[in-house]
Write a protein that binds this ligand. Structure first.
Ligand SMILES: C[S@@+](CC[C@H](N)C(=O)[O-])C[C@H]1O[C@@H](n2cnc3c(N)ncnc32)[C@H](O)[C@@H]1O
Length: 312
């Protein structure tokens, strides 16, 4: 109840708990925060097991102060290869040659990728439904008049969009008069995650018996706060929340009744070393941002406002 009172209107609370008590804590949180402010029950894999009776996960119960005002930042993780079932079934090598994955043996693929080949989808639809007065004509590509099909139209203008795709090497000559769009794996090789977190493991060298995974806390903080926001962990333990908050430029307060825990946390935080980032809202930060991203920066005076984030 105190946590609810302290929480800002757009804030979230995360409670990690095992299967022994998850149902009780969830009922309690429903009572304190209100059912409508339940956000998600995250299933968080902690260990491996092959026995169905041995639970491998904990739960993170996520509630917010107000569902309408919830601050939520979508996170993405990079994916290495297109998995089975992906539409990225072609490989485009450095010379632009396109061949299907099935044309190669597995060890050949590794060699090609190492040499700069890219996964791609070459049948990305460049036509859409319904005929159009201006977009249903034939489109000339590689000396052949391409057809979009009966009752269809090109998705991009015949004067500008389609020629631009062709010039950018984003069109693939299919069989007959068909043409497909080329989409590279590197165009969007990220995925967001669901409420099942299997990629989080416990710390290898814990300094506290019940130490929480740094990655799990990091994810919770990153999903629901911005730099400069304030994070409270009333059960500090070895201080993982504070350490993560410090790392990501969030302010923090942490509390524990145990002197052992506080001593461990203090040592951990005082001895920690963090990478250094420039504030986005500072003259040096703007210069660096322009250098790394090429984006023209504002000429308005900067205010060193941490809430505008960092230059990454
Ligand atoms: C599971 S541990 C937290 C572990 C922590 N997340 C970490 O990564 O190390 C729970 C902590 O809560 C503390 N604690 C238990 N009851 C408390 C209370 N009423 N007020 C403050 N701290 C409490 C315990 O001393 C213990 O250090």
């Amino acid at each position: 109840m105190v946590a609810r009172e302290l929480l800002t209107d757009s804030g979230s609370i995360f409670v990690q708990i095992s299967d022994e008590n998850v149902h009780r804590v969830r009922v309690l949180l429903d009572e304190v925060f209100g059912e409508k402010n339940f956000v998600s029950e995250i299933i968080f894999k902690k260990k491996s097991s092959t026995t169905p009776t041995d639970s491998v996960n904990d739960f993170i119960l996520w509630y917010c102060r107000s569902r309408e005002k919830l601050k939520l930042r979508q996170l993405y993780v990079p994916r290495r290869d297109p998995g089975a079932g992906s539409k990225m079934t072609a490989l485009v090598n450095r010379t632009g040659e396109v061949r299907q994955r099935s044309a190669y043996a597995d060890d050949e693929i590794e060699g090609l990728l190492a040499a700069g080949a890219e996964w791609a989808r070459v049948d990305y639809p460049v036509v859409s439904q319904h005929p159009s007065k201006t977009r249903s004509e034939d489109f000339w590509f590689q000396g052949i008049p391409r057809v979009c099909g009966i009752n269809k139209q090109w998705r991009f203008g015949l004067e500008d969009g389609m020629p631009r795709l062709a010039k950018a090497g984003r069109l693939f000559s299919g069989t007959g008069r068909a043409v497909g769009g080329i989409m590279y794996w590197a165009d969007w090789n990220y995925e967001s995650f669901s409420n099942i977190w299997e990629d989080i493991h416990s710390e290898n060298f814990p300094i506290y018996v019940v130490q929480t995974s740094q990655r799990a806390i990091e994810r919770c903080i990153m999903m629901t706060t911005d730099p400069g926001d304030l994070v409270l962990d009333p059960t500090c333990g070895s201080g993982t929340t504070a350490a993560v908050a410090e790392q990501w430029g969030r302010r923090w307060i942490t509390i524990d009744t145990s002197r052992v825990a506080l001593a461990l946390a203090r040592t951990r935080l005082m001895a920690a070393r963090y990478p250094y980032y420039l504030l986005a809202d500072s003259p040096d930060g703007r210069e660096k941002e322009q250098e790394v991203s090429g984006r023209i920066q504002s000429l308005n005076p900067s205010g060193s406002d941490i809430r505008q984030g960092f230059v990454y």
